[in-house]
Design a binder for this molecule. Structure first.
Ligand SMILES: Nc1ncnc2c1ncn2[C@@H]1O[C@H](COP(=O)(O)OP(=O)(O)O)[C@@H](O)[C@H]1O
Ligand SMILES: O=C(CO)[C@@H](O)[C@H](O)COP(=O)(O)O
Length: 463
């Protein structure tokens, strides 16, 4: 009888569960459930969505191990009884932008953060959310006994830790800890003084488990350590040296697995850890797939029609540029920015030009991230494109021109959940490296580079 494993992606918009054959990764079944909208969410909604997604994926009765991947950075503040104190503030909540600026100044500037943590924090980072809490909700801040991230909290609930209010059984992993702002990626140690500086007092932090460690059980199901969703995607796509992954979901991310840590004092590259003991230099934008859904709504068309429209306009949309800062922006760090469309004329005020400019705007923001990674020494022979946005035909076709590289698109799948499942299988083998699973079918997209599109975008971005 074959052994089955499950992987979870508790992401911004939904929870996805996949069940796989532990031996070779063959797809067995899957399920998903929606999360509520908004950048602050009661974590109990994640729990209900996880329970529903597990049910829709056929349950766990025949599953040997499970790991949870989750949206990074979200602040889950717990009191000394293990109860959630307030709604979690998510990675895309920008209210802590001033707290981020204050914390950077207090520690001696961006270089001091890059050297200590590996990352210069923006409003996305947990540490800045704790400072915001201390300043704006001091009563809540005083009650904080432990701080967890979304995947830590879900893993803990699955293991029954929440039922016993046992904060000591909270666990996390290097990948997710590296997005807090109080963990040094390079040395693999917490920086409790950063947490105390932000919150005003110390708090219990989840134990950082090893990459293939079993951290508990949910009934008979072994629980893996889990990780942040981008580290899970890296495991799920099995990227090779020279591959840079671009994920276009709620967030847009550009990253690669690397043996060496980064410390980018410009703040563009986050120096995260991956889920295998290596590093995951990453650039993240706040505006990705939802720019296309917003444009679809403006134009009253469906996503397929949006794609057709975009492909019917010329590269560069005859000078129309859509700066897609619909949620503010994190890279570049413009938390209060709004979106705008530039260069309209009578001739270019058409649905096709707007659709093209929206797709190009999302891709140009990510191409800036790719440039930052290559400047930092990351090899980028080709791009591996995943996430819900990769289902857009226009995005797939336009991407190679903007990135100036071939783009490999694996067949549509939930790669963060796949990566979590692969991690779960790894906890069963206990070997030095994760199990080798067959790779997904891929399509290769190539196009002549379109540097003029990037140049025009940069002109508007910097105006
Ligand atoms: N054909 C498509 N064209 C453009 N966007 C799409 C398409 N299909 C799905 N999406 C978008 O992908 C997003 C979900 O992607 P996903 O990677 O699951 O995000 P997350 O993991 O952040 O929840 C949604 O915003 C959805 O509208
Ligand atoms: O903040 C980051 C990475 O630093 C985001 O990538 C979040 O991890 C959310 O991911 P999605 O829900 O968009 O997959």
């Amino acid at each position: 009888m074959r052994t089955l494993v499950a992987g979870v992606d508790s992401s911004t918009q939904s929870c996805k569960v996949v069940v796989r054959d532990a031996e070779d990764g063959t797809a067995v079944r899957s399920g998903s459930a929606a999360h509520p909208d908004g950048s602050e969410v009661d974590p109990r909604h994640w729990w209900s969505a996880l329970s529903l997604a597990i049910e829709r994926a056929g349950g766990l009765a025949d599953v040997a191990a499970l790991s949870v991947g989750g949206q990074q950075h979200g602040m889950v503040a717990l009191d000394d009884t293990g109860a959630v104190i307030r709604d979690a503030l998510l990675w895309n909540d920008t209210r802590s932008a001033r707290a981020a600026a204050d914390l950077i100044a207090e520690l001696g500037g961006p270089k001091a953060w890059a050297d200590a943590v590996g990352t210069v924090p923006t409003a996305s980072f947990t540490v800045t959310k704790l400072r915001w809490l201390a300043e704006h909700e001091p009563d809540n801040a005083a009650r904080v006994a432990a701080v967890a991230l979304p995947h830590d909290w879900l893993t803990w609930r699955l293991a029954g830790g929440a039922d016993h209010a046992d904060l000591d059984t909270l666990t996390t992993d290097r990948g997710d800890a590296s997005g807090t702002g109080y963990y040094a990626t390079r040395t693999g140690t917490y920086l409790p003084e950063h947490l105390t500086r932000a919150l005003g007092h110390g708090a219990h932090l989840p134990r950082v488990a090893g990459p293939a460690e079993q951290v508990g059980t949910a009934g008979p199901v072994r629980l893996g350590p889990g990780t942040g969703d981008n580290a899970a995607v890296a495991l799920g796509v099995g990227a090779e040296p020279g591959d840079v992954v671009v994920s276009i979901g709620t967030s847009g991310t550009v990253f690669a697995v690397s043996d060496t840590p980064t410390a980018d004092e410009t703040g563009t590259i986050a120096g995260f850890a991956d889920a295998t003991g290596r590093h995951l230099p990453l650039v993240c934008t706040l505006n990705a797939a939802r720019v296309l859904t917003a444009t679809r709504e403006i134009l009253s068309v469906d996503l397929d029609r949006l794609s057709e429209l975009a492909l019917s306009a010329p590269p560069g949309a005859d000078g129309v540029v859509f700066l897609p800062y619909l949620e503010g922006e994190r890279t570049p760090n413009r938390p209060d920015a709004t979106g705008s469309v530039h260069g309209l004329t009578l001739a270019t005020s058409t649905p096709a030009h707007l659709a093209r400019a929206a797709v190009e705007g999302v891709l140009c923001g990510l191409a800036d991230g790719l440039d930052a990674l290559t400047t930092a020494g990351v090899r980028a022979d080709r791009v591996v494109l995943v996430g819900g946005g990769a289902r857009s035909a226009a995005l797939r076709a336009i991407a190679p021109g903007i990135f100036g590289r071939p783009v490999l698109v694996p067949e549509p799948a939930e790669y963060a959940a796949e990566g979590a499942a692969r991690q779960a299988a790894w906890t069963l083998t206990g070997e030095a490296e994760p199990p080798r699973w067959g790779s997904a079918r891929t399509s290769l997209y190539e196009a002549d580079p379109t540097p003029h599109v990037r140049a025009r975008y940069a002109e508007v971005r910097d105006a």
